[in-house]
Design a protein around this ligand. Structure first.
Ligand code: G4P
Length: 532
């Protein structure tokens, strides 16, 4: 472990250069396209498609799960790091599908800002709203990117109005589109009035060329669009929609940018906004509410654990967000939960599917630690000075199924698989004396999680399994006294969540829960954080 004062002195400067964020959106709004475009513009990859590998583009997508590709949904989260304008940008991908909102919640525990991506034709969609709620609950500042402006869509003012009315976030446009959606002529910089024209490139595979055009020239070329845009800009000035940094950082207002990820329009501007406006990592509160200074010895938060990311790396990786200090490969950290040492000889950076060895990292960076058998999402690792960050809450499950190995000969593999998936946080595993360990209950926020479990049990652990769906839909946190009161009631069962020992009372319906509540007013039945 390095205690070199010179190296540690770099921490504040390096932290200041970091921007760590995630994109939140509804499926199909263009998150993968935007992710590729951002990396492309930052020149980290030379051809769009290298990260997610959508059809028709050069792809090196992580192929560890066929299911993901077949369904066209993103279950695994890529972490991208690229440099831009002397800054280091860490972009954490979030699963788009609502069934994996628990994963997304964990990712959002590791970022300092979020980009809310809207489809110009659809505006705020259900999954965007849910994810935004998480950002709000965590106090994460949000920038908004209105995408697909190259296609017919809604009016810019109407979209801004929807953001303000629906989620109470005051929009502060930084750029304004010239031309209605589907007829984009370029972008006007709200603060200066400067106009930029973009030359379209096929499929966005290379950078869109940008050219600053004098106002008089574009006004003459596009008189109608120009005067409409000037009217709208005047209106924005009148209502005081200018950028207000304090409101942005407080999470009450959002800078808005327009563009088209597919053709690269507005993408570089978004990167500039991220670097200029999004906050750098700051001291993070520990579980007692005391901030851990950036300069304190190294500490990090595990926000994701994943195994079998691709066929050639059958290992288990924990993704750790560095919260303080300088991480150096090889340093021995302490696992806050158990007090056990954790060696970091195999620290890696993960870029899509590629991995490279990480020698050092600073607050805001994400490090992948392999052989992370002992680590769970929400765990803290630290060097020297003990710290523990607040636990990441588990969501209220709404789907329940008993799982049983289909093949009596592979019970050992079955049990190992269930243990593994439990500790990765893929699913919640509930047990009770009554049920025994042959058929634990799986609890999920969304039913797709079950498919992931079955798929991985079969393909990764060689333990095909069967599910028996259970008729429960509501879970409440209870205690031993509550468990005793509820014992023997129909349509109610009390189970122990294996990961944290929490007792969950599960009910067939909300009505049954209310009924029981009336019958046993003294029973503890506390709600869990809502996941969907
Ligand atoms: P997601 O990750 O949020 O689910 O969205 P993704 O990037 O996969 O984009 C969804 C669809 O929207 C894709 O089309 C993509 O090409 C398109 N798209 C994304 N950004 C833009 C944009 O700025 N303008 C236009 N016109 N389209 C955009 P697809 O046909 O479903 O897939 P693909 O075969 O083109 O990849």
């Amino acid at each position: 472990m390095s205690t070199d004062a010179g190296e540690s002195a770099r921490v504040p400067t390096e932290a200041l250069r970091r921007r760590t964020f995630a994109v939140i959106s509804h499926p199909d709004a263009g998150k993968s396209t935007l992710t590729e475009a951002l990396a492309l513009y930052a020149e980290r990859i030379d051809q769009a498609g290298a990260v997610h590998g959508k059809a028709g583009r050069r792809g090196v997508t992580s192929d560890w799960m066929e299911m993901e590709r077949k369904r066209g949904i993103s279950i695994t989260s890529a972490v991208l790091q690229f440099s831009y304008r002397d800054h280091v940008v860490n972009l954490l991908d979030t699963p788009g599908h609502g069934d994996f909102s628990e994963d997304t919640y964990r990712v959002l525990a590791a970022v300092d800002a979020a980009v809310m991506l809207l489809d110009a034709a659809k505006g705020l969609e259900p999954q965007t709203l849910k994810l935004f709620d998480v950002c709000r609950a965590r106090g994460i500042p949000v920038l908004t990117f209105v995408n697909k402006w190259d296609r017919p869509g809604r009016e810019a003012l109407e979209l801004l109005d929807e953001v303000e009315q629906t989620i109470g976030l005051r929009p502060m446009p930084l750029t304004w589109p010239l031309g209605i959606a589907g007829h984009l002529r370029g972008l006007i910089e709200c603060a200066t009035g400067e106009f930029s024209r973009f030359t379209r490139t096929a499929g966005g595979a290379t950078r869109a060329a940008v050219e600053v055009v004098p106002a008089a020239e574009i006004a003459a070329a596009e008189p109608e669009f120009w005067s409409a845009a000037q009217d709208e800009l005047a209106l924005l000035t009148e209502i005081g929609a200018g950028f207000d940094e304090k409101a942005f950082l407080a999470g009450t207002a959002t800078p808005v940018l327009f563009g088209a990820a597919l053709t690269g329009v507005g993408v570089a501007r978004l990167l500039d906004a991220l670097v200029d406006l999004a906050p750098a990592p700051e001291a993070r509160d520990d579980a007692t509410g005391t901030p851990r200074p950036l300069q304190a010895p190294m500490s990090g938060l595990v926000f994701k654990v994943q195994a079998g990311m691709d066929r050639s790396h059958r290992d288990r990786m924990a993704f750790v967000r560095i919260c303080s200090g300088r991480f150096e490969r090889g340093m021995v950290l302490t696992h806050a939960g158990t007090g056990r040492p954790f060696a970091t000889k195999y620290a890696q950076a993960v870029f899509g599917q590629q991995r490279t060895t990480v020698e050092e990292a600073f607050p805001g960076d994400i490090v992948g630690l392999v052989n992370a058998g002992a680590l769970r999402p929400g765990d803290t690792l630290y060097a020297a000075d003990p710290v523990e960050f607040p636990a990441i809450p588990s969501f209220a499950p709404e789907h329940f199924a008993a799982v049983r190995g289909a093949d009596a000969g592979s019970f050992k593999q079955f049990r190992r698989g269930i243990d593994q998936l439990d500790s990765e946080g893929v699913i919640q595993v509930l047990v009770s004396d009554l049920r025994g360990d042959q058929a634990p209950v799986l609890a999920a926020v969304g039913p797709l999680q079950f498919e992931v479990v079955l798929d991985r049990l079969e393909n990764e652990f060689r333990a095909p399994a069967r599910l028996e769906h259970l008729d429960f839909t509501v879970a409440r946190r209870t205690d031993q006294a509550g468990a005793e009161l509820l014992h023997g009631q129909s349509d109610v069962e009390v189970l122990t969540r294996r990961s944290d020992g929490v007792l969950l009372a599960v009910f067939s319906t909300k009505w049954r829960l209310e009924n029981i509540r009336r019958k046993f007013p003294d029973a503890t039945l506390d709600p869990l954080p809502a996941g969907s």
